[in-house]
Write a protein that binds this ligand. Structure first.
Ligand code: AMP
Ligand code: MG
Length: 397
């Protein structure tokens, strides 16, 4: 067996670098910037009012309350070239550009217009710049908006829209093929000895949750030729391929045999539980992850090996799930076996402390327990963690 870190380093080291590609802003969520983005416009583009109210000369309000004559109304989207003179006020709506002459806005709640709407009583004294949003207060033209490496979230998308950046220099969103292998697997109603294929859907969902495009490569039987054909088709059309099943010690575990033959492959027995076997290699330069078949193992293997590697191929530098130290409720039992165990746990955060508890059913075939797990508690080789003891946990959500 080899240590987890060695296996992970091996995989990460062999994965190709991210590929730059300009994408439409609408398709950029979750992607990583390959280049810095510069503002070619200022935001806001002009001085404007942050409030509905009256644009005035601040000096006119020095002896408030004071009556000023109303010279017009300015809506957002329109521009006034009428200057606001001494003793004058212009009614103005949020977002409208400041009219010339005015240097402050009095919010409507602090004003009272006359019945005939010719004068307004300004009730308070305001300073120059009151409720005025200055041009370029958010972004100045020429300024670097986001550095290379920035992960684009909804607010980043909004900022890019605000400066008219509709084509974004990102790293390409990965297309990752998913293949199931096993004579016992079916899509329809299982016959005697058969089960439904669940790994393919779970892995496609894990990819989608990771912001990648899952490509369904289908289900193949334990047949070398069929497996080879499916893997070759996969690497031809995808940035990476995930297979599940066929990498253990069984008589019909052909995935590792095929990868050995057509790829530059290493088969590893990693000192972890679940997900001990892993085949990883390059076929025609494309990474292929031979994940174990047991449903929980394939998901844990994805978390520990595929997800970090695929994130690095997407330009992320933060590859791992967040790790926190938690307190065990009820303890987490295990026995020494030379492996690090990843126990499925619920995670609750209360009063500044993470609390974890084992979910029922820690078998690698018990996928329902995986569904109720919020995290994977990391149990180093030994006897586990006692009730109330500290344990590190990888947060899955
Ligand atoms: P293997 O690694 O091929 O020996 O498979 C280990 C276990 O995982 C066996 O019980 C398989 O039936 C099961 N298994 C393999 N692939 C899948 C799959 N796609 N969906 C559900 N169970 C699977
Ligand atoms: Mg199998």
């Amino acid at each position: 067996m080899i240590p987890l870190e060695e296996a992970r380093a091996f995989v990460l080291h062999r994965c190709p670098p991210p590929v730059p590609a300009d994408v439409d802003l609408r398709s950029a969520l979750g992607l990583v910037l390959a280049e810095p983005v510069e503002a070619v416009e200022s935001v806001p583009p002009f001085d404007n009012t942050a409030m509905d109210g009256f644009a005035v000369r601040a000096a006119d309000t020095a002896d408030a309350p004071v009556d000023l004559s109303i010279i017009g109304t300015l809506a957002a989207g329109s521009v006034s070239d009428r200057e606001v003179g001494v003793g004058e006020a212009m009614r103005i709506m949020t977002g409208a550009p400041m009219p010339p002459g005015a240097d402050a806005v009095v919010m409507v709640e602090r004003t009272k217009a006359s019945a005939d709407d010719t004068t307004v009583t300004i009730e308070i004294r305001v300073e120059v710049g009151n409720h005025v949003r200055g041009a370029g207060e958010d972004l100045r033209s020429g300024q670097e908006v986001f550095a290379a490496g920035t992960v684009l979230g909804p607010a980043h998308i909004g900022v890019l829209a605000s400066i008219g950046c509709r084509q974004v220099p990102t790293y390409r969103r990965l297309r990752v093929g998913v293949l199931s292998t096993g004579d016992e697997l079916v899509m329809g109603t299982p016959g005697p000895g058969q089960i439904r294929d669940s790994n393919r859907d779970a892995l496609l969902a894990l990819l989608e949750a990771a912001g990648m495009i899952g490509v369904d490569l289908g289900l193949v039987s334990d047949d070398e030729e069929a497996i080879e054909g499916a893997i070759l088709a996969g690497v031809a059309g995808c940035d990476a391929v995930l297979t599940s099943g066929g990498v253990s010690m069984g008589d019909f575990d052909y995935v590792k045999a095929v990868l050995d033959r057509i790829g530059d492959m290493r088969w590893m027995q990693v000192a972890i539980r679940p997900a001990k076997p892993l085949a990883f290699g390059l076929v025609d330069g494309t990474p292929v992850f031979g994940l174990p078949g047991n449903p929980v193992s394939s998901m844990v293997s994805f978390e520990l090996f595929a997800r970090p590697a695929l994130r690095s191929m997407s330009g992320h530098t933060d590859l791992e799930r967040r790790r926190v130290v938690a307190v065990s409720e009820g303890g987490l039992d295990r026995h020494p076996d030379g492996k690090v165990h990843f126990a499925r746990v619920t995670v609750d955060y209360s009063d500044g402390t993470y609390m974890v508890a084992s979910v029922k059913g820690q078998g690698s075939h018990q996928l329902t327990a995986m569904a109720s797990a919020d995290g994977l508690a990391v149990l180093p080789d030994g006897d586990g963690v006692v009730d109330g003891g500290a344990v590190e946990v990888l947060l899955l959500r």
